[in-house]
Design a protein around this ligand. Structure first.
Ligand SMILES: NC(=O)c1ccc[n+]([C@@H]2O[C@H](COP(=O)([O-])OP(=O)(O)OC[C@H]3O[C@@H](n4cnc5c(N)ncnc54)[C@H](OP(=O)(O)O)[C@@H]3O)[C@@H](O)[C@H]2O)c1
Length: 285
């Protein structure tokens, strides 16, 4: 049995859909936090396991009979490494044969405020002795509209990057790459993949791609992370949203997404969708 955690989330549910399409000879289960969140999956024939990363006994029960576990990193940042540790410990106790984990690109370099939890989790997984497959994901291309804020209306995009290029990859293709790995566990045992698209672009280049595709001039201004944070606070955005946006900005400024690898291409068996294609579709919406 393959158990996918975060099964009602975006990445988890899409990974399950790709797995279902493959018709593999293994049962698929999804971990959700309550029955209601699992209703849609249940309708698709997915077995539902209930558990919360913060509640060790619930995870211990949820991993019973599981051969392969896809641990989707928690979206709750508080005590995140400890949450993951609960899952890894339960997997060890439950005899899980292989753990897949969704990390961040170049986790060990800790170029993003989000990296330390991932680096810690990767270490815990390796120390568990369970064969592992780590997908170090770039930031989602689907989030570009969020990074843009009002830029498509105002023509002005103020976002920190210190001139560093960023590599974004489609979440839906990350799900496909995960499903491809889960369908052939042995081939991917003890592997670390850097999941990026085939090209990184500076924010100036992205602004120019947006201008060309939309026919409207979009200008990027590279501001500092502190100026950016001040602007978001002055605009009255909720604290959590400001914190997440600032972490994104710091990642860009530190060059945390200036990496390009061909692992995703190999896992997909084709070139991943590039930013130009995504932008064309986005402006045509
Ligand atoms: N690469 C990127 O750009 C990027 C961006 C955002 C997030 N991420 C990371 O990638 C993960 C997957 O992305 P996504 O888009 O699928 O996120 P998502 O749609 O927010 O899904 C997150 C999933 O994690 C579950 N979860 C959160 N806390 C949990 C807990 N304590 N116990 C059990 N399950 C828990 C959520 O369950 P509930 O529905 O019950 O909350 C949900 O199913 C995120 O969780 C985050 O760690 C990456």
């Amino acid at each position: 049995m393959i158990l996918v955690t975060g099964a009602n989330g975006n990445l988890g549910s899409q990974t399950i859909d790709f797995l279902l399409d493959k018709n593999i000879n293994e049962d698929i289960a999804g971990l959700v936090r309550n029955e209601e969140k699992g209703a849609e999956l249940k309708e698709k024939g997915v077995e539902i396991r209930i558990g919360d990363y913060t509640d060790y006994p619930s995870i211990e029960e949820a991993v019973q009979g599981v051969n392969t576990l896809l641990l989707i990193s928690s979206s709750t940042l508080e005590g995140r490494a400890q949450q993951h540790n609960n899952v890894i410990e339960a997997a060890k106790k439950g005899g899980v044969q292989q753990i897949f984990y969704t990390s961040i690109v170049k986790a060990e370099e800790e170029l993003s405020p989000l990296s330390p939890d991932h680096a810690k989790t990767e270490k815990l997984i390796k120390e568990s002795g369970i064969p592992y497959t780590i997908y170090r994901n770039a930031f989602y291309m689907e989030f570009l509209p969020l990074f843009l804020g009002e830029a498509m209306d105002t023509g002005q995009w103020a976002f920190p990057s210190d001139g560093n290029p960023i590599n974004l990859a489609l979440r839906s293709e990350m799900a496909e790459a995960l499903a491809n790995g889960l369908a052939d566990t042995e081939k991917h045992a003890n592997s670390i993949y850097e999941i990026t698209s085939n090209q990184a672009y500076t924010l100036d280049e992205i602004a120019s791609m947006l201008s060309k595709a939309s026919g409207k001039e979009i200008n990027h201004t590279d501001i500092s992370a502190s100026e950016f944070e001040q602007g978001l606070n002055e605009a009255g955005l909720p604290e959590e949203q400001v914190a997440m946006s600032v972490m994104t900005a710091q990642t860009f400024v530190n060059g945390g997404l200036d990496f390009t690898f061909d692992d995703m291409e190999k896992l997909l068996g084709r070139k991943p969708t590039g930013l130009k294609t995504f932008i064309k579709q986005f402006v045509e919406q």
